[in-house]
Design a protein around this ligand. Structure first.
Ligand SMILES: NC(=O)c1ccc[n+]([C@@H]2O[C@H](COP(=O)([O-])OP(=O)(O)OC[C@H]3O[C@@H](n4cnc5c(N)ncnc54)[C@H](O)[C@@H]3O)[C@@H](O)[C@H]2O)c1
Ligand SMILES: O=C(O)C[C@H](O)C(=O)O
Length: 338
């Protein structure tokens, strides 16, 4: 059997276009001792584009960093714990990944996390504005539909906001859509691509299976409806299976590592880096929206349009707008009044 870690690192290496030309890159993970943070730390330690890996949490990071630092890959892993060390953890970061905050339990919506996570995200983004205002920020903490607008407001207040540098991580929705589509259509999963647009909660997650590649003629309208619903409910499926022990961590760490890798490649000047992400947008009338974005040396180089939608997807798009609009407004209101 091939060792799993070796093949994970080879996978990331295969996606690397030219290791010789790559500059030093510092990646910080905030919430690094958590369910997502730990496997994400492992995957970023294996990423050959990372030279310095900063692992920050309010507790537990000395152990995670000591453990991670023994892996014989080039990235230098260092742990930071508590408010006093947050500045040093962030200083000089090129990419900051934020999986800090509480996860859902069965019966909760992502919005039920707002009261706790909004404050956490606000405090962390205030520190980012101070210590690494030019970093690309990858927001994982839920509810993403609101935490990204909160981050934008915090950066605006600090005078550091650059809409090209703020990303809501919706890659897990794409990962799920690819997996579920491949299984149903009977096509090799590593050849599949499916754009997922909108936001990251329930019906705001809109997979565009009409644009899935490779195309499949074998799927009925009912199949597409079922695939859409399963993608929208993917997070809840994991929350229920974990029965009170949190939400998706391993698949999220993988998705977070894929997205951060795309950001690093973009920063390093690799061409044609396109991923779906929840960003400031004019694709619809909503100020934030997930769609395909081209990532380059400055972060978001281009927000791509939605392409042609099926009648079912057009209906889904209209249905999601109300919920997404109120989640955005809730985030903005919180940041402006706190
Ligand atoms: N975007 C997505 O697709 C996606 C997917 C899965 C989970 N999530 C979200 O990610 C978040 C984390 O999930 P998890 O399963 O890792 O939770 P977890 O409870 O296992 O870990 C969260 C970590 O955040 C830390 N933390 C809390 N306050 C902090 C602060 N002020 N500064 C730094 N660290 C802090 C905790 O100490 C803990 O280690 C949740 O909000 C969850 O809903 C998002
Ligand atoms: O569902 C959750 O609460 C976590 C995450 O947003 C997910 O999609 O798995």
């Amino acid at each position: 059997m091939r060792p799993i870690l070796k093949s994970a690192s080879q996978l990331l290496r295969r996606r690397n276009y030219s290791s010789a030309a790559n500059p030093e890159r510092k990646v910080a993970i905030l919430g690094a001792a958590g369910g997502i943070g730990q496997p994400l730390a492992l995957l970023m330690k294996l990423n050959p584009l990372v030279s310095s890996l900063s692992l920050y949490d309010i507790a537990g990071t000395p152990g995670v960093a000591a453990d991670c630092s023994h892996i014989n890959s080039p990235a230098l892993a260092k742990g930071f714990m508590g408010d006093d060390q947050l500045g040093e953890a962030l200083e000089g970061s090129d990419v900051v990944i934020i999986p800090a905050g509480v996860p859902r339990k069965p019966g909760m919506t992502r919005d039920d996390l707002f009261n706790i996570n909004a404050g956490i995200v606000k405090a962390l983004c205030t520190a980012i504005a101070k210590h690494c205002p030019n970093a690309l920020v990858n927001m994982i903490s839920n509810p993403v539909n609101s935490t990204v607008p909160i981050a934008a407001e915090v950066f605006k207040k600090a005078g550091t906001y650059d809409e090209k540098k703020l990303f809501g991580v919706t890659t897990l929705d794409v990962v799920r859509a690819r997996t579920f589509y491949a299984g149903k259509a009977g096509v090799p999963v590593n050849e599949v691509n499916v754009p997922v647009v909108g936001g990251h909660a329930g019906i705001t997650i809109l997979p565009l299976f009409s644009q899935a590649t490779p195309a499949s003629n074998s799927l009925s309208d009912e199949d597409i409806k079922a695939l859409t619903k399963r993608t929208q409910d993917g997070g809840t499926e994991v929350v229920e299976a974990k029965a009170g022990k949190g939400s998706a961590t391993l698949s999220m760490a993988y998705a977070g590592a894929v997205f951060a890798d795309a950001c690093l490649k973009g920063l390093n000047g690799a061409p044609d880096i396109v991923e779906c992400s929840y960003v400031q947008s004019t694709v619809t009338e909503l100020p934030f929206f997930a769609s395909k974005v081209r990532i380059g040396k400055n972060g978001v180089e281009e927000v791509l349009g939605l392409g042609e939608l099926s009648a079912f997807e057009k209906e889904g798009l209209e249905k999601l707008k109300g919920e997404l609009k109120s989640s955005i407004e809730k985030g903005i209101k919180f940041a402006q009044s706190n």
